[in-house]
Design a protein around this ligand. Structure first.
Ligand SMILES: [Zn+2]
Length: 201
């Protein structure tokens, strides 16, 4: 019986570090691992470890990729005049899945959050601004979430880039307040991109 067993609790705690995994799910995963052969567990762990080593951040757009620069950054079929700014790699996946966008991306990997000590510098925004200028981007589509932090980040970026004469737009959020792009269906996302509105910084 493994209730209150220290080793078993360590395994539960490891699973509980994963997003969306509560006590019951962690217990199911842990018991599944213990029921597996040592070889199966080894293969599983090795797969995670190897892939974690091989997938890094693209130095151009900061999205995850197994090449640097990533396939989208080097593609000549993507419209380099358009740059879509998203909060997380899951945002790129959601927009790509929707099929409604042919430009390039930049992943912030966070949002401005002064209370948590995340300002423009921590978010690396000057690097983004340099890229925008160097690549002569014509339109920036800001697709951060419709949360307070998402809106504040969008306004800050717009405010900084407006003087450069770059068109700044914000995707129309047909999604519930605070819902991420990854929870938005393809149709709604395509509509949101198409219905993007100029953002006053
Ligand atoms: Zn890239």
């Amino acid at each position: 019986m493994l209730l209150n067993n220290k080793l078993f609790d360590n395994l539960l705690n490891a699973f509980r570090t994963l997003p969306g995994v509560g006590k019951k799910t962690a217990e199911r995963y842990a018991l599944h691992i213990l029921s597996s052969t040592e070889e199966e567990v080894h293969t599983f762990v090795e797969t995670i470890s190897q892939i974690r080593k091989q997938i890094k951040r693209c130095s151009e757009c900061q999205d995850f990729s197994d090449t640097d620069p990533c396939a989208i950054c080097v593609s000549t079929e993507r419209d380099g005049d358009l740059l879509c700014i998203v909060e997380k790699p899951s945002g790129v996946m959601a927009i790509e899945r929707s099929g409604g966008y042919r430009g390039k991306y930049y992943v912030l990997n966070g949002l401005l959050s002064p209370l948590d000590g995340i300002g423009p510098e921590e978010l690396g925004l000057s690097r983004l601004f340099q890229k925008v200028i160097a690549r002569k981007v014509k339109e920036i589509i800001i697709a951060t979430s419709a949360t307070n932090e998402g809106e504040a980040t969008a306004l800050y970026i717009a405010h900084q880039l407006k003087p450069l004469g770059i068109k700044i737009t914000r995707i129309a959020h047909g999604v519930p307040m605070g819902a991420g792009l990854e929870l938005t269906d393809d149709y709604t996302l395509r509509q949101a991109l198409e219905g993007r509105k100029p953002l006053e910084g």
